[in-house]
Design a protein around this ligand. Structure first.
Ligand SMILES: [Zn+2]
Ligand SMILES: [Zn+2]
Length: 377
């Protein structure tokens, strides 16, 4: 990384950050730290690298702006609380507390905020730490791949209970994303719930990367029969180590047939895409039973078009739902789940990098090494 960033000039108080200056360019530099009455400052304890980070790094994520500091899976310790700073859900937060940031804040004024205020994640103007905010304007420190983050009023901050280690705190955000997708699958809080899969559904999860495994653990926690799949051998063996029923799929043909066999030829009640390829979508809808439900979670970045026969969806009475990010209250539930078995979640963290190695960490995720990559300052 290049230490001579042209973007940010040195100021009185600064701290170190990995700055994504433009596509494929990360520099390591000092960023102004401005403590105002209307902000909180956290020092980072752990920051997860998401599967979306390589897309932001390469300029393929719609809505990403530069220069930015990436990192939206953020766990930190409060070191400054401005007099007029306020956050949701209203927990009493004090200096020294460990907190989890919900990286996006709803604007409160768009069509979705006004009409569907209980679905904050649908807001079209969300300011998202580590994704849509720029670091060349206040509050500058707007991403987790830094020593500190400055949080402005109105965001959600959840307290991290004492028995959850710093390192796995940053799994809260991706676990909330998994919980949101599973809720879409099992139909809670939805008017169609009476036609849903009911208790103890069979759920197929395509992809045994970090999101796939977190989704599988979530499904197991609600009593589902879970089948997790991947084409990468090391990911399938890792899933088996977590005592999940994992199936190694062929790299080309025969994947649908293999999964049909696993479900006595019927198909699953629900399948969830955590692989994020167009092929996963094409095959996944054929892995659910008639009247079953398919959840598209993995194709967040645009990875191309899928070939689908509309008549297949019609004749099989299929339900196909998207699932994007998470609601703030999914974070609260994610913390509860982390607390139940911290040792299990700890196993998912296979790679740790320093801020100085931000680019390396992002490439590690792009190349699918290990399971979860995190940055610890
Ligand atoms: Zn993410
Ligand atoms: Zn809005």
């Amino acid at each position: 990384m290049n230490r001579n960033s042209s973007v940010i000039k040195k100021m009185a108080e600064t701290c170190l950050a990995g700055i994504t200056e433009k596509e494929e360019t990360i520099t390591l530099n000092q960023v102004p730290l401005v403590k105002t009455d209307d902000c909180a400052v956290i020092s980072i304890l752990s920051s997860g690298v998401c599967g979306t980070d390589p897309h932001i790094f390469s300029g393929k994520r719609v809505g990403a702006t530069y220069p930015t500091i990436q990192g939206h899976e953020i766990c930190g310790r409060i070191e400054h609380l401005g007099k007029s700073f306020s956050c949701k859900p209203g927990d009493h937060i004090a200096i020294g507390d460990r907190v989890i940031l919900v990286p996006g804040k709803a604007c409160g004024t768009c069509h979705y905020c006004i009409t569907y205020p209980h679905q904050e994640h649908l807001c079209v103007n969300r300011g998202i730490y580590g994704v849509t905010l720029r670091c060349d304007r206040p509050p500058y420190l707007i991403g987790g791949f830094a020593q500190k983050v400055v949080i402005t009023s109105g965001y959600w901050l959840f307290l991290l209970p004492k028995d959850i280690p710093d390192e796995i705190g940053c799994l809260t955000e991706p676990l909330a994303v998994a919980i949101h997708a599973v809720e879409r699958g099992v139909g809670m809080n939805m008017p169609t719930a009476q036609y849903g899969p009911g208790l103890y559904p069979t759920i197929i999860i395509q992809g045994a990367g970090p999101i796939g495994l977190l989704t599988a653990i979530t499904c197991r926690s609600i009593g589902a029969h879970v089948i997790i799949t991947d084409i990468l051998e090391h990911r399938v063996s890792f899933a088996k180590e977590l005592k999940l029923h994992a199936v190694l799929l062929p790299r080309k043909e025969g994947r649908v047939l293999a999964l049909r066999k696993e479900t006595k030829g019927i198909g699953a009640d629900i399948a969830i895409d955590c692989a994020g390829t167009p092929e996963a979508f094409e095959e996944g809808i054929q892995m659910v039973r008639r009247g079953g439900r398919y959840i598209e979670l993995g194709n967040f970045a645009d990875s191309g078009e899928a070939l689908v026969k509309p008549s297949y969806i019609c004749r099989n009475d299929l339900e196909i739902f998207g699932s994007v990010i998470a609601s703030p209250w999914d974070f609260g539930r994610a913390i509860q789940l982390l607390q139940k078995d911290a040792a299990l979640f700890q196993k998912l963290i296979t790679h740790r990098f320093r801020i100085e190695e931000t680019e390396k960490a992002i490439i590690n995720v792009k190349e699918k090494h290990g399971i979860k990559t995190i940055i610890v300052p």
